[in-house]
Ligand binder design. Structure first.
Ligand code: NAD
Length: 266
């Protein structure tokens, strides 16, 4: 991504910023002038991404965070506001798939992964991080955004929040929750000029999808279902986050931005 000026003067929190889509979004935000608080459960990787951004002249810091902890969210919001003076942008990207990497969501390539195989413990873990973590993040930053006179919240859902598949209903449920929660939040805080939108990536090459995509059989079925004929890159999704975070999207709220190489159009 080319550097630019689209977020100059803005302060952003990016969760899941140690890896994949979150790391690339943090890089893009900093490259466009935002001051960025990166957070992640993985401190070592998160610090490395932050140091890389600072090394290239960006303004960034790192805080370790479990997005499922409400008390930690209060500390993260306070840290961003204390350190950088305000919060303009929250990007909720941290997430887990909870999926057996061999499973192919289009064809049910291997057996298992259906609702009858799902334990309550797995279900609760996926919902807690993907859905509850997003709710807690939004709740935590709203007062600061109200003080700042508005803001932009971007919640990473998935194409799995729009369509179902052969396996991992917990992930679908969690991402469907993120999708509709984002619309509810958009309505509730529009008067405060707080915009809330969701992004729905298709299959993107990241550490999350690596186990599946390094299996040629799984990868081929997924590619065959992707009209543009390639997997997404973290930069493809970061570009959407950058748009929604910027004032170019000043009249965009409650929307769902699908970035999936055409998969769900088919
Ligand atoms: N890669 C894809 O194909 C794809 C497709 C659709 C949606 N998504 C979503 O995009 C987001 C990013 O995924 P990715 O592919 O970059 O995966 P990734 O595994 O590379 O990154 C996810 C990050 O979230 C962090 N994380 C996990 N649990 C956490 C917790 N409780 N608290 C704080 N951080 C935590 C991990 O440490 C990791 O750094 C996820 O929400 C994922 O569901 C990914």
């Amino acid at each position: 991504m080319q550097p630019g000026q689209r977020l100059v003067g803005k302060v952003a929190i990016v969760t899941g910023a140690a890896s994949g889509i979150g790391a690339e979004t943090a890089r893009a935000f900093a490259m466009h002038g935002a001051k960025v608080l990166l957070t992640d459960a993985n401190a070592a990787l998160g610090k490395a991404v932050t140091e890389e951004i600072v090394g290239k002249g960006g303004t960034a810091s790192f805080a370790v965070q479990d997005v499922a902890s409400e008390s930690r969210w209060a500390e993260i919001a306070a840290e961003a506001e204390t350190r950088y003076g305000r919060i303009d942008i929250l990007c909720n990207i941290a997430g887990i798939s909870g999926r057996d990497p061999r499973q192919n969501i289009q064809s049910g390539l291997i057996g298992g992964g259906r609702i009858g195989d799902q334990t309550l413990e797995q279900w609760n873990k996926v919902l807690e991080i993907n859905a509850t973590g997003t709710f807690l993040g939004v709740k935590a930053v709203i007062p600061a955004m109200q003080r700042a006179g508005g803001g932009s919240i971007i919640n990473i859902s998935s194409i799995c929040g729009i369509v179902g598949s052969h396996s991992n209903a917990a992930y679908h449920a969690s991402k469907g929750a993120v999708r509709i929660f984002s619309k509810a939040a958009a309505i509730q805080y529009a008067r405060d000029q707080i915009r809330v939108n969701s992004i729905h990536p298709g299959f993107v090459d990241t550490p999350m999808t690596k186990p599946g995509h390094s299996n040629p059989e799984v990868a081929q079925v997924r590619l065959d279902a992707t009209p543009l004929g390639r997997f997404g890159t973290p930069a493809d999704i970061a570009a959407g986050c950058l748009y929604l975070a910027s004032d170019d999207a000043a009249w965009v709220t409650g929307s769902e931005l699908v970035i999936d190489g055409g998969m769900t159009a088919n």
